[in-house]
Design a binder for this molecule. Structure first.
Ligand SMILES: NC(=O)C1=CN([C@@H]2O[C@H](COP(=O)(O)OP(=O)(O)OC[C@H]3O[C@@H](n4cnc5c(N)ncnc54)[C@H](O)[C@@H]3O)[C@@H](O)[C@H]2O)C=CC1
Ligand SMILES: O=C(CO)COP(=O)(O)O
Length: 320
């Protein structure tokens, strides 16, 4: 059974390379010139330099050709997912759509599965998430991910189809937990990067990861998710990776905030919009999310890193 990946950024290309080990894969790029260049050079030089595209991976800008497959992986940034779905609605109707993005939509507070269900109620929706850098996957390094699908049988089928020689998939039906874990770990990574960038130390980072994890759980449980999901790859696993590696763009944005440096705004950093969306949601739901709120204050330059740290330390003392 053929598989297509829509979105030829770092993650889409890496997933397509890994899946090509199972059989033919089509990678769709919205820009025809770039698609042709990738198809001819057998490289994605801008997003994934140094990795060759396997022979059975074909790159196209023809959406009809890409949507010939029944299973479509959507590897576009969270804030563009709705637009991508709307633009290609006719081709996507009735397909199995696996979102590969991590985040919460700024305007609606919805995660990727909910956005798919809103735009294309007839499509089957799933989410592929968990600790994985595109560069690692593309190089064939071992990776474990979570496949979240509300329909247990379809989830099982997808788990089998999308497992490859280097991608081991675990499945869950807790789509809300998987969405929230993957979205919020990016917010915590910005906070951790800021702490390290400002020289506040590894102990402060461990404190933020732990208290950030408590926020992830608080939000997830309030939305009906299971605590075990947050303890899995899509929550704790991805938090551990993203808060500790400067391969992470979210962590690197945090580092630049902590160091008082500029950051290239063309780089995909999902945690920034997600922090704002979740901060808004936490106010509506009356949930205590101090780390998330602090990240929005740093991003919008309402607090310096020193003020942010002092503010978090001075909060009323409480039980853990
Ligand atoms: N890069 C990584 O290591 C990983 C990324 N992810 C997630 O994958 C998602 C995508 O990230 P990357 O591929 O890294 O970003 P990227 O910046 O490398 O690529 C994004 C791609 O989406 C395309 N795109 C943007 N808007 C579009 C639209 N409306 N229609 C069609 N295509 C559109 C862009 O042209 C670009 O090719 C994010 O949510 C990210 O959190 C998840 C795990 C690992
Ligand atoms: O999601 C990722 C790792 O699991 C990639 O992290 P960044 O988007 O911060 O680069």
């Amino acid at each position: 059974m053929s598989i297509s990946v829509l979105g030829s950024g770092a993650f889409g290309t890496a997933l397509a390379i890994s899946l090509a080990g199972n059989g033919p894969v089509t990678l769709w790029a919205r820009n025809a010139v770039k698609a042709q260049a990738m198809q001819d050079s057998r490289r994605n030089g801008t997003r994934l330099p140094g990795v060759a595209l396997p022979d059975n991976l074909s790159v196209t800008a023809d959406i009809a050709e890409a949507c010939d497959s029944r299973v479509l992986l959507l590897a576009v940034p969270m804030q563009t997912l709705r637009r991508a779905l709307q633009e290609h609605k006719d081709h996507l109707a009735g397909k199995t759509l696996v979102a590969c993005c991590k985040g919460i939509e700024l305007d609606t507070g919805l995660g990727p599965i909910a956005v798919i269900q809103e735009v294309l109620p007839q499509a089957a929706a799933a989410l592929l998430t968990g600790p994985s850098f595109a560069a690692d996957i593309a190089r064939g390094l071992p990776t474990a991910l979570t496949l979240a699908c509300g329909e247990a049988d379809r989830g099982k089928e997808l788990q089998e189809q999308l497992t490859t020689a280097n991608l081991r998939l675990y499945r869950t039906t807790d789509t809300i937990g998987a969405e929230i874990g993957g979205a919020l770990k990016n917010v915590m990574a910005i906070a951790c990067g800021a702490v390290i960038g400002a020289g506040l130390g590894d102990s402060a980072r461990a404190a933020l990861m732990t208290r950030g994890y408590a926020e992830m759980q608080r939000m997830a449980l309030a939305c009906g998710a299971k605590a075990e999901t947050l303890a899995g790859l899509s929550g704790f696993g991805d938090l551990a990776l993203t808060c500790s590696s400067d391969l992470s763009r979210n962590y690197r944005l945090g580092l630049s905030i902590g160091r008082g440096e500029e950051f290239d705004s063309s780089i995909t950093v999902e945690g920034a919009a997600t922090a704002r969306a979740v901060a808004e949601q936490s106010r509506r739901m009356n949930l205590d999310m101090p780390v998330t709120i602090t990240v929005t204050n740093l991003l919008d330059q309402r607090l310096t890193i020193g003020e942010a740290a002092a503010h978090l330390l001075k909060r009323p003392l409480k039980e853990e």
